[in-house]
Design a protein around this ligand. Structure first.
Ligand code: KG4
Ligand code: ZN
Length: 339
């Protein structure tokens, strides 16, 4: 079964052709980083305009690279949410148009579930259920219990910023370009992670919930002083910058890992599926393998950790098989969409 996947939840326009849920024939991603960089974050209206401009060329390119004709596609899978409403609508309308013209079924995909599915692609993964699913990206920070495909129980999420968003905001405070996550990681390699005693906030009585806004504020106060009147660090030398980056990263990653270990114990999980852009962080991979050597961690393969359409097409295959039919053509996009 050939599935054409479409992704446009935020600032990547992507299309992929995937065979039988697993074999990626093509995966084309058009990133908008250049467009949003000068604003230090995604500007939804600009994102929409770019999605409109590149959606059809990206679809054409995916078909060309997979060496198939449009008429050979059996199913269209599109990210339905969560995400930015304008960008989602552009992907959804492109997908609906294709489904209508080709007279093929359409499946709406949960973006968070797709990030988790990405880690199961290209490998023969046999999971021990229940397992843990952890999505850490620019828009999401969530730990779920997975009892099978489509059987999820959310056990913790962020009450304010997502972890990737916190990386991006801290980077912006230090004058680093968007997206900040990779820049912070790079800087942190030269820094002392114990130089500043940063700690993420605890959410009272809710051990699996995350809160990163306090951590971001601690960095702000360190840089600029508590009153915001530049009574902080007088000269931000490269070493101080690196120490702040390393200390921030240590605090944020320790928090994620601590909660993963706690949840695995509490729910008796041996397998852990990770997804989302922050899984690109190599320090996270090293720290997790050191601190939780008994957990079998599945990471997204290269090219599938950031937003892409192959994960939508792959998951779409299974969702369609599970449902036995496509979704209605009047399906709406959802800015909030729980697992
Ligand atoms: O999954 P993704 O492409 O988009 C969302 O669905 O949100 O993730 C993008 C996020 C950005 O916040 C980016 O800064 C972060 O992932 N990121 C990283 C790294 N690479 C990307 N964060 C920390 N370390 C990295 N190496
Ligand atoms: Zn994403």
């Amino acid at each position: 079964m050939l599935v054409l996947g479409i992704e446009s939840t935020c600032d990547e326009t992507a299309c992929a052709i995937v065979k039988d849920g697993n074999e990626i024939l093509s995966s084309v991603v058009s990133s908008q980083i250049d467009l949003h960089q000068e604003f230090g974050g995604v500007v939804p209206e600009l994102a929409c305009r770019r999605h409109i401009d590149v959606m059809i060329p990206v679809i054409d390119q995916a078909l060309k690279e997979a060496d198939i004709e449009m008429s050979q596609v059996d199913l269209i899978a599109v990210a339905r949410g969560p995400g930015l409403v304008g960008p989602l609508l552009i992907g959804m309308n492109a997908a609906k148009s294709l489904a209508l013209v080709l007279q093929k079924p359409l499946i709406g995909i949960n973006h968070i579930e797709a990030h988790l599915y990405a880690s199961l692609m290209n490998k023969d993964a046999r999971l021990n259920y229940p397992c843990l699913g952890v999505v850490i990206s620019g828009g999401h920070t969530a730990i779920s219990l997975i009892r099978g495909l489509g059987e999820y129980e959310l056990i913790g999420q962020t009450v304010d910023d997502a972890i990737g968003e916190a990386f991006d905001k801290v980077a912006k405070l230090m004058g680093l370009p968007y997206p900040g996550g990779p820049r912070i990681e790079e800087l942190a390699r030269q820094g002392n992670s114990q130089a500043y005693p940063f700690k993420p906030c605890k959410v009272k009585g809710r051990p699996f919930e995350f809160s990163f806004s306090g951590l971001k504020t601690s960095v702000l106060y360190t840089l600029k002083g508590q009153d915001g009147k530049n009574t902080g660090i007088p000269e931000l030398t490269p070493q101080i910058k690196a120490d702040i980056a390393a200390s921030f990263q240590r605090a944020a990653l320790d928090d994620i890992i601590g909660k993963i270990i706690l949840a695995a114990k509490e729910y008796g999980c041996k397998d852990l599926i990770l997804g989302g852009g922050v899984t690109n962080n190599q320090e996270l991979r090293v720290m997790l393998s050191q601190q939780a050597p008994d957990l079998n961690s599945l990471w997204p393969p290269k090219g599938l950790s950031l937003d892409n359409a192959a994960m939508n097409a792959g998951l779409g295959y299974h969702r369609y098989k599970l449902q036995g039919h496509g979704d209605p053509l009047d399906m709406d996009v959802l800015t909030q969409m729980p697992l």
